[in-house]
Ligand binder design. Structure first.
Ligand code: NAP
Length: 249
């Protein structure tokens, strides 16, 4: 129970990677605030955490749209009504609006940048001060390998994730003096709702590029996030940890 008495906020915790992160942190004793855009969206996550039993941390669900500043401020108020500070902030909420560049409209670009990058900016702004008050707080942003490599059909998404990399390193530099670390986790091909829509052909082609010969699971990513929040990672900041089975090495 390495995270007893720690408070975590996980955006986009209704399913997939965010749910696995919330469960992973709660398993170690953290109190976890789980967000989704929908009221009741995190019910399944709360049930999974309740199933961990008495030893695990408690979970709370709060509806929050990270593209909406008022909604993010309401999230901050709700969390700080119960706790003086926040120890772990995991910016995981993300969307895709894929399309080849010549067919990609400004709306597709803006929607992805607003959720994936501006959303993380707003949530970091809301929690930066209370995190600076905590001892050894951790920001973990969920990027993507395509933020490093680029990807045909994902100019908007790749740009948003590359932006997160810059945001993360800048936060790491500005908050190091307050004992806050900021790191980026860059997953490769992970089996979630986000990738379930890809055609069988595309999924097979991606899997063939993975040296470890399997797609990643949400738990593969959650384990790395748990590590970055642990004492073992207290001297790591401004880094990108790629979790892709070797796909982009
Ligand atoms: P997912 O299954 O589609 O889940 C996305 C989560 O983001 C949901 O909880 C969703 O909540 C939330 N969300 C979407 N828009 C939001 C908004 N405006 N405000 C707040 N929450 C919002 O996706 P996933 O595969 O688990 O991906 C999680 C993160 O990992 C994303 O940042 C994604 O880019 C990144 N990633 C995924 C992969 C992959 O292969 N799956 C690879 C690299 C990186 P609702 O309940 O409101 O819909």
């Amino acid at each position: 129970m390495q995270f007893a008495n720690k408070v975590a906020v996980v955006t986009g915790a209704s399913r997939g990677i965010g749910r696995a992160i919330a469960v992973g942190l709660a398993r170690q004793g953290a109190t976890v605030y789980c967000t989704s855009t929908r009221e009741g969206g995190c019910d399944g996550t709360l049930a999974a955490i309740a199933d961990l039993g008495d030893g695990a941390g408690k979970a709370h669900a709060i509806a929050c749209d990270v593209t909406d500043q008022d909604s993010v401020e309401a999230l901050q108020k709700a969390v700080l009504a119960d706790h003086k500070s926040v120890d772990f902030l995991i910016n995981n909420a993300g969307i895709t609006r894929d399309g080849l560049f010549l067919r990609m409209g400004p709306d597709d670009f803006d929607a992805v940048l607003h959720t994936n990058l501006r959303g993380a900016f707003l949530v970091c702004k809301a929690f930066a001060r209370p995190m600076a008050k905590a001892r050894g707080a951790r920001i973990v942003n969920i990027g993507s390998v395509v933020g490093i490599t680029g990807n045909a059909g994902q100019a908007n998404y790749a740009a948003s994730k590359a932006g997160l990399l810059g945001l993360t390193k800048s936060l790491a530099q500005e908050f190091a003096g307050r004992g806050v670390t900021a790191n980026l986790v860059a997953p490769g091909f992970i089996q979630t709702d986000m990738t379930a829509d890809l055609s069988a052909e595309v999924q097979q082609a991606m899997q063939q590029r993975i040296p470890l010969e399997r797609p990643g699971t949400p738990e593969d990513v959650a384990g790395v996030v748990t590590f970055l929040c642990s004492d073992a990672a207290s001297y790591i900041t401004g880094q990108t940890l790629v979790v892709d089975g070797g796909m982009t090495m």
